[in-house]
Write a protein that binds this ligand. Structure first.
Ligand SMILES: Nc1ncnc2c1ncn2[C@@H]1O[C@H](COP(=O)(O)OP(=O)(O)OP(=O)(O)O)[C@@H](O)[C@H]1O
Length: 295
């Protein structure tokens, strides 16, 4: 165990029962997965097709599902079990971003009220004024501001705008780690790169690390410092994105790559979308540029 690692996942498995309470049928959704994320701000991607166990893994890290075996540690402290890190400390350190931003907020509360409550509940602020300041600061990190959001309900935003607001919500407690489960798969194609670039910008500027869960190898390659490929519950290969894509050791990875018509063409398309829909205050990052030049 290394206390400077933000996250350690040691031999973690999750078995689900299939076919009712008394059934003996089981499914191993996550099978003996191990990896660690050191304290350098980074994007750590977990890539695989539907049903390979990515969401189950994310939910175990977020403490929404208990592992059947193995251990997850956050800054050296257990995430599960009787000595686990307390809930409040956990929520200050780790925040989720989910696939559907419309499900991340209440439909009955203005989004600004929701953000204010988040700041108060997480004790980032002592009163409404401080909470609004915290919300405004977080919204500015994603290219918005409280003035553009105040009093509006989720139906008044596009999916892309609302996903940016859910990134802002996640930033309110100044977390160490954000677990983003398919965060761009329900966002309009024109906004996808915008959000992906925003993640990179947050890594560089705020020192937050992301676990980026996706079926889309192309955005993972573009965005990540590290890629783990998952198939049937197992991590089958992992490493630097350029190493994996230039030299995949597994047939499954080659199949995933085959889903991208040609890597080079895809980057051109992503860059074109990015040019047409700029983030505004987006930083072009060294890491993204590095991956682009290797493609
Ligand atoms: N609560 C549950 N009970 C039973 N089976 C489950 C449960 N949650 C997930 N599974 C099963 O575990 C397997 C892995 O699911 P999981 O959602 O983790 O995969 P995934 O890679 O995230 O896929 P997707 O992108 O479609 O969500 C699937 O076969 C799924 O049906």
């Amino acid at each position: 165990m290394n206390d400077t690692n933000i996250l350690e996942v040691n031999g973690v498995s999750r078995v689900f029962r299939r076919g009712g309470m008394f059934s003996r049928n089981t499914l191993t959704a996550v099978d003996n997965v191990s990896f660690s994320i050191d304290d350098r701000p980074q994007v750590f991607s977990v890539v695989g097709e539907s049903g390979t166990g990515k969401t189950t893994l994310a939910r175990m890290i977020l403490r929404l599902v208990e592992p059947s075996s193995g251990e997850i540690r956050l800054l050296g402290k257990p995430v599960n079990g009787k000595d686990r890190i307390d809930n409040f400390a956990f929520r200050r350190l780790v925040q989720p971003i989910f696939q559907n931003p419309f499900e991340a907020f209440s439909a009955y509360l203005p989004v600004s009220t929701y953000l204010r409550r988040t700041a108060l509940n997480l004790k980032v602020a002592r009163n409404d004024r401080e909470a609004d300041e915290a919300a405004d600061q977080a919204l500015r990190s994603v290219g918005l501001g409280l003035d553009r959001v105040a009093g509006k309900y989720i139906r008044q935003f596009s999916g892309g705008e609302l996903q940016r607001i859910s990134v802002a919500r996640a930033l309110i407690p100044d977390p160490k780690l954000i677990v983003a489960d398919e965060p761009v798969s329900m966002v309009d194609a024109s906004m996808r790169m915008n959000i992906v670039n925003l993640f990179r910008q947050i890594v560089e500027e705020k020192g937050v690390s992301f676990i980026y869960i996706t079926h889309d190898l192309s955005t993972a390659y573009y965005l990540s410092d590290h890629v783990s490929i998952m198939n049937t519950g197992r991590v089958i290969e992992q490493g630097l994105p350029s190493d994996i894509l230039d030299n995949p050791s597994q047939d499954y990875t080659r199949e995933l790559m085959g889903a991208i018509p040609t890597i080079g063409a895809r980057w051109t398309e992503l860059e074109e979308i990015d040019r047409r829909y700029p983030t505004g205050d987006r930083a072009t990052t060294e890491s993204a540029a590095r991956h682009q030049t290797t493609s």
